[in-house]
Design a protein around this ligand. Structure first.
Ligand code: NAD
Length: 432
């Protein structure tokens, strides 16, 4: 396919990555956002989210003239051949996806879309949204295409440019094939299907990952009770190609901007057609239980939370991002504070004021006078801290590693006690 004229509405993690990457593939892209400050900063080449390679792509796009930014959505779509919707679809009342931003965009631009221009949902939207958009548009000359996005925050550009697959669904097959053609150069397998199936792929995939994580967290708990080691158990499982190695690490519960809202939304979608998706509901319940277990583990490690001073390493929902949306670290720190603990936190990508804690810009400050240290995000740099120095600064001696990130021997050699998830403490430590 040659150069296409594209508008991208919403320039957050997904929209900005989509716009910058499509421009890098040779398309002419206008990115739109309601946030005037963001648009002005992006137009000057400034990217505020932490995504390797994104700022470079944005500045290359700007200087080539293939990428531009505006707040004027009606103008941006006026000569577009395809309009990508990349606006938020947060959790709404009762857990269902809130589609107000999608509907607002359709109301705003519906009458100025050129005939034949494809409206493409890249936001995660429930099954039936393509049909609903067609109804809202009331235009037979504008095809609607579902094209869910699978990028991960922290590796968004690499994921976009090297996707495992491109999923495109529409009841207008030629529109679906046109959208798939935009990515042709990437050489990824295409799944071209109907709109409902494409919409469901995204939820089915995310919910499967959430279930896998809940499963491994529950298995880690079982390991503790049975005296088994989750590292060996998951290693043994991961060699099985039907299972695979990824998403087999226990943690403080899954979070982030997608898994919590997408699991709730799919439970709601299932309910709306009379199906009780109890398997998925159980994964959500297990995720809440995991946070409770983490807080209980910390309380036990420091001898009670009331009045305790807890140093926290990591606030982002995962390493490699500064995104705090639905971060399990924030849920855990809020619970610690609610139980009367004082929380001093450090994250390499997060600064500023956050409720219920003091955020510091030096990891060693979290240790000063602390009764315990808790690792909540798997930033690699925490492994390389001077743990002997941290031990000197601490008042207590417990390190609760909710990511099984640290080398237990390093911690033990520093005179501290390492408490991980699903790992028998005794067998891991070098005798003093
Ligand atoms: P985001 O919050 O980072 O970005 C959304 C952007 O849309 C913001 O800049 C906001 O100002 C803008 N916006 C809101 N309403 C608008 C409107 N009416 N017109 C124009 N702009 C508007 O969100 P995100 O993380 O990029 O997620 C967007 C969608 O993509 C969601 O449905 C999400 O589930 C899905 N998704 C996200 C990821 C991810 O890793 N973040 C991955 C795959 C899919």
């Amino acid at each position: 396919m040659g150069q296409a004229r594209i508008a991208v509405i919403g320039t957050g993690y997904v929209g900005l990555t989509t716009g910058a990457c499509l421009a890098s593939l040779g398309h002419r892209v206008t990115c739109v956002d309601v946030d005037e400050v963001k648009v002005a900063r992006l137009a000057a080449g400034r990217v505020d989210i932490l995504e390797p390679g994104l700022e470079e792509l944005v500045s290359r796009g700007l200087s080539s003239g293939r990428l531009s930014f505006t707040v004027d959505s009606r103008r941006a779509v006026a000569d577009a051949e395809g309009v990508f919707l990349c606006v938020p679809t947060p959790m709404g009342a009762g857990g269902a996806a809130d589609l107000r931003a999608v509907e607002a965009v359709i109301a705003e631009v519906g009458d100025v879309l050129p005939g034949g221009c494809a409206v493409i949902t890249k936001s995660t939207v429930p099954v039936g949204t393509a049909r609903r958009i067609r109804e809202l548009l009331g235009r037979g000359d504008v095809p609607v295409v579902a094209n869910p996005e699978f990028l991960r925050e922290g590796t968004a550009v690499a994921d976009f440019l090297h996707p495992d697959r491109i999923v495109v669904g529409s009841d207008d097959e030629s529109a679906a094939r046109w959208v798939a053609g935009l990515y042709q150069e990437l050489g990824a397998p295409n799944v071209i299907t109907d709109a409902a199936s494409a919409e469901l792929v995204k939820y089915a995939a995310n919910c499967f990952l959430a279930m896998k994580l809940s499963y491994v967290n529950a298995t880690a708990e079982l390991c503790e009770r049975l005296g088994a080691d989750i590292e060996s158990v998951t290693e043994g499982m991961g060699y099985d190609r039907r299972i695979g190695r990824s998403f087999l690490k226990p943690g403080p519960g899954w979070g982030g901007s997608c898994l919590p809202k997408d699991t709730h939304a799919l439970v709601q979608v299932a309910e709306s057609v009379g199906f009780d998706f109890s398997l998925l509901s159980a994964a959500i319940v297990e995720n809440i239980a995991q946070r409770d277990r983490i807080v209980a583990k910390i309380a036990e490690a420091v001898g009670g939370l009331a009045g305790a001073r807890i140093g926290v390493l990591g606030l982002a929902f995962k390493a490699g991002t500064n995104d705090l949306r639905d971060s399990p670290a924030l849920s855990v720190t809020a619970m610690l504070a609610a139980h009367g603990a004082e929380v001093i936190a450090y994250d390499p990508a997060v600064g500023g004021d956050l409720p219920g804690m003091t955020v510091v810009d030096d990891p060693y400050l979290t240790a000063k006078g602390s009764d315990g240290i808790v690792v909540l995000t798997e930033w690699d740099e925490f492994r390389r801290l001077d743990w002997s120095y941290l031990a000197e600064l601490m008042h207590g001696e417990s390190v609760v590693d909710t990511r099984n990130l640290l080398d237990p021997r390093t911690i033990r050699n520093a005179g501290l006690s390492w408490i991980g998830l699903g790992r028998p403490r005794q067998r891991l430590v070098t005798p003093a």
